[in-house]
Design a protein around this ligand. Sequence first.
Ligand code: BJ8
Length: 426
Amino acid sequence: MSTDYRPMWKELGLDLDAHDALLGVLGPLYQQTFMTQPNRPDGMKYFDFVMSEVHGLRIQELVEARKAGRKVVGAFCTFVPEEIVLALDGILVGLCAGAEFATGEAEKHLPRNTCALIKGAFGFALARVCPYVSASDVIVGENTCDGKKKSYEIFRDLVPRLHVMDIPQVKSPEGRALMRAEFARFVAFLEQITGRDMNVESLKRGIAAVNAKRAAMHRLARLRAADPAPISGLDGLLMNQVYFYDDPARFTGSVNAICDELEQRIARQEGVVRKGTPRILVSGCPMAVPNWKLPSIIEGTGAVIVGEESCVGERGTQALTDDTGRTVDELLDAIVDRYLKIDCAIFTPNDSRVEHILAMAGSLKADGVVHYGLQFCSPYQIEAGPVEKRLEKEGLPTLRIDTDYGQEDVGQIRTRVEAFIERLRG
Ligand code: BJ8
């Protein structure tokens, strides 16, 4: 970052010393994880720039947008409908929580056996190091897993404004009705804080912007099916992570520019690894910035990740919203139908998730699946057993890794991943 953003961070109420400490870790980690990769597509320079300015230029844009009267909505979950936020001229940003920070402080509010994602969210808010939390006019929580649901009762006191959305746990007609009512309540809430009314045109514009973003990610996913892989899994994950921060139109353009480049690479049979390199599909809990631990280990062993069955990945981007409705009600119905397709492990039963993993593994020509569970995440850790059984039954080797954001188990995970890759090679 060449500009001095300290006055802006101070105005946002950040603890400048703690924030310096955070950036002092993130910068070198990014350099070491991403910039040492060979033969990256040229278009990744844009994403490197976004990441270098993730607490700078992007925050400045949000601050300026707020001055111009727009509202910034922070969210922790892919169930928060961006179409609606955009339709009311808001900006949706993901609140990452992909690292440990001020864990001791977080554990004063939460039991130690809470997943790292929730503890990370608390740590960032308590230590005042996240400019996205500070720049949000409202944060949306969602009643998904028990950990999140109960922790929002405490989180409410740590942030200026929290709106909690109830999310069904069963994909039944009643579950759908609940989601429909909650999305309507979200519309009313946003209309009240933005002072705007949603109409067919604005909602169609919101749907078009988000669909374009998703379609670009679908194009990227199709290109990642090529062998040799034209882009690394780390870079693919990075694009999925930036999805949650960047301006939607600019992001869409940048992903499509990389896809143009990848198409040329594929035509030349050029890859980031050799043809025949073991191909891994990662499945499970979301990996938010700067959670690059497991992908770094996997790709460090000489395999390549070709897809992410994750909310920071294809679970989050998988279906487009039908935009053919002629009234706000019809369009809202279509939004609900789209979000109800998300196969998060909070649903019971959640059979469509394993079908989606199998479909992804088939289309991406994955040789094996690494299932990633965050410790103390009951939904994904419990679902991992039946998922593994089914994938193995279908002939898809599967490795289950349960971990957190700490570095203590890196050596042990590397040994297990190496043995798994050997199994795939065999
Ligand atoms: S739609 S996956 S983003 S809820 S890791 S906090 S589930 S204990 S993140 Fe998620 Fe929405 Fe579902 Fe996606 Fe709880 Fe598990 Fe922690 Fe988790």
